[in-house]
Write a protein that binds this ligand. Structure first.
Ligand code: Q46
Ligand code: ZN
Ligand code: ZN
Length: 313
C-alpha cells in the first residue's frame, strides 16, 4: 500500500478521508485536520496563548505536540489525582514529554496539597468519583486560564470521545448537554474558553500519531473509568464505522451543523454569580460545587487557587 501523496510505504489508511498515508504525510494530514478544526470553530487566534490539560495519555500529548509543531504558544498542566500507580505512571509520561519538547508544564497535585487523592475526596459525592473528578478538573482549568492569562484551555477529546458522548446525550435526550456540547465553548462570566482541537481525529489516529512521532504515553485507562457507558457507546459506533466509514464523522459534525442550533435556540441562559468562598463563578446562590466538595471533606478549597496563582507570580 503506497502513500496517496508520495511513493513511500503507507502506514495507515483513513477510509473516511479516502487516504493512505506514509509517516511524513500522516503527521501532516493529522495536524492539518487539527488546524481545520481550530479555524472552523474559531478556537484560537495564532498569536494567543493556550494551555493544554494533559493526562499523560495519547490524545493530550499528541495535542500538545501538534500545537507546538504548528507554532502555537502552548503550555500545559497536569493534575496528579493521587490514583495509585496510574497517577505515578501518567505523571512520569507527562513530565518526560514536557522535557523532550522543552515545554512549560505546571503540575498540581491533590496528594501534595491535601494529603489525599480523588478516591477519598469523592467518597461522599452522591454521584460518582468521575463526577467529583470532573468538577475538580473543570475548576482547575478555569483557574489556570485566569491566572496564566490564557486565551483558552485545550483538551485532548477526539472524535470518538465526542461522538460517544453525543450518542449518550441523545439516548437520554439530555437537551441541556446537547445545547452545550461544542468543540469551542466561549468564555463566559469568568469561565474560561474551552476548546477541543482534536475533534476531527479518531482515537486510532492519535495513537498512530504518537507512535510515528515517538511519543511515549500511558496505555492504561484510569482505573476509575471501569464500566463507564462511554466504552459501550464507542463499541457501537466502531461497529457502525466498520460497516460504513465516516459514520462517526457524520454523526458528530452534522449534529453540530444541523441539529444543535435547534437545541441552542431552546436554551435558557444561566446567570452566574460569585461563590461566597472562592469568588469563582457559580450558577447557584451558595458555595460553588468545588468548594462544597472540598469542604465536605474538611479540606480548604482556597489552596488550589493559592497554588496556581503562585505559578504565575
Ligand atoms: S480521570 Fe477522573 Fe477520568 Fe479517572 S476518575 Fe473518572 S473522570 S476516569 S477522564
Ligand atoms: Zn507520503
Ligand atoms: Zn467556590
Amino acid at each position: 500500500m503506497k502513500c496517496f501523496k508520495c511513493d513511500s510505504q503507507a502506514i495507515l489508511r483513513i477510509k473516511r478521508h479516502k487516504a493512505t498515508l506514509c509517516e511524513t504525510h500522516l503527521v501532516e494530514h493529522l495536524q492539518n485536520q487539527m488546524i481545520k478544526a481550530i479555524k472552523k470553530f474559531k478556537m484560537l487566534p495564532p498569536n494567543e496563548k493556550v494551555i493544554v490539560a494533559i493526562s499523560g495519555g495519547k490524545d493530550s500529548l499528541a495535542l500538545w505536540d501538534m500545537l507546538l509543531d504548528r507554532g502555537y504558544k502552548a503550555d500545559a498542566f497536569y493534575i496528579d489525582l493521587g490514583i495509585d500507580e496510574y497517577s505515578k505512571t501518567s505523571m512520569e509520561k507527562a513530565q518526560s514529554f514536557a522535557e523532550k519538547v522543552s515545554g512549560n508544564l505546571y503540575t498540581i497535585s491533590l496528594p501534595k496539597l491535601y494529603n489525599t487523592g480523588i478516591k477519598e475526596i469523592s467518597r461522599n459525592n452522591p454521584r460518582s468519583a468521575c463526577s467529583a473528578c470532573g468538577l475538580i478538573k473543570r475548576y482547575i482549568m478555569n483557574i489556570f486560564a485566569k491566572y496564566g492569562n490564557y486565551h483558552a484551555v485545550a483538551t485532548g477529546h477526539n472524535l470518538d470521545d465526542e461522538a460517544s458522548s453525543l450518542l449518550g446525550n441523545t439516548l437520554r435526550w439530555q437537551t441541556g448537554y446537547l445545547s452545550r456540547q461544542s468543540p469551542s465553548m466561549p468564555s463566559n462570566n469568568g469561565l474560561a474558553k474551552k476548546i477541543k482541537p482534536l475533534c476531527r481525529l479518531a482515537e486510532k489516529e492519535t495513537a498512530a500519531y504518537c507512535i510515528t512521532k515517538n511519543i511515549d504515553y500511558i496505555l492504561e485507562e484510569c482505573p476509575m473509568a471501569q464500566g463507564a457507558s462511554s466504552f459501550d457507546y464507542k463499541e457501537v459506533l466502531n461497529n457502525l464505522e466498520l460497516k460504513s466509514p465516516g459514520t462517526k464523522d457524520q454523526f458528530y459534525l452534522d449534529f453540530l451543523r444541523t441539529a444543535q442550533p435547534y437545541f441552542k435556540s431552546n436554551k435558557q441562559d444561566i446567570t452566574l454569580v460569585k461563590c461566597p468562598t472562592c469568588g469563582e463563578p457559580t450558577s447557584q446562590d451558595r458555595d460553588c460545587s468545588f468548594c462544597r466538595q472540598m469542604k465536605s471533606n474538611q479540606l480548604d478549597p482556597l489552596k488550589v487557587k493559592e497554588e496556581i496563582s503562585g505559578f504565575f507570580k
